[in-house]
Design a protein around this ligand. Sequence first.
Ligand code: RI2
Length: 308
Amino acid sequence: MSADDVAERISSMEIRGAAEIARQAALALKEEARSYSGSDLEELRSRVERGRDALLASRPTAISLWNGVQYVFKDTSKAVTADEYRDKVSENADRFVKRSKNALRTIGRLGANRIRDGDRVLTHCNSKAAIAVMAAAWEQGKRFEVFATESRPWRQGVLTANDLSELGIPVTMIIDSAVRYVMKDLDLVLVGADTIASNGAVINKIGTSQVALAAHEARVPFTVCAETFKFSPRTIYGELVKIEERDATEVVKEGEVPPQVKVFNPVFDATPPEYIDSIVTEIGVIPPYAAYQVIIKELGQEFIFNED
Ligand code: RI2
């Protein structure tokens, strides 16, 4: 599949989830490089870079997409032949996918220590990282139950309910506005992340910050599960995270309200670090305030100082 096709599938949410869009984008660039069998390095480079631009424009918020794409271009400027360039892009894409899958396994193992037998856990939207934690805890023999928010307007909570049910984990679906009502009876909140800023703020599915506020009020630990490639090197430069706004028709059907009614459909929000108990990453469970160090240590050398 061409990078343009993958970009289209990401835009339309056929491919979704912050880590998955990054993996699919990396593999699309590999395919793009391999679809050109000629020996003109410049032609190959410009084809792959065109693909990169389409992929980066497909969804604006998740930094995982940008980090994944950057990873694919690592050291490609050193290539002197088309073959070398193609090999580098392929190797980097495969390595990114492998690293991201390994990270998920480690996050599962570390995060599982946060779940205790008998816990009632709430999750929002559909995060493979949060689900990895629940899956690992369940596999360790811990028995707990999960409340999954519906997550309007795309209703990713249905995916979560299915994912957890397949694992045998008891799950109760609630509408987003029921979060505060159930919070008093919960022990833990586990969510994913699309982007983590250098100040420790977590950008995740719209509604996450309301969940965090309710958890804070009820003194329920609010834990984020995220691979280090969800941390944003760009925020170190002071760049603000762009919050994606999607079409009104995702909220109200055509003709359901008069045309003068405005519909505002932001897809993500920012949870400030003071509401976050910890972030489970593949390099350990960290406080949100360690985000800056993670960016410098894990992403800094590759993404900031030696940018291709
Ligand atoms: P994993 C999703 O975004 C959700 O906001 C979810 O919490 C986050 O990506 C992380 O997902 P969307 O693509 O990488 O549904 O943990 O808009 O799967």
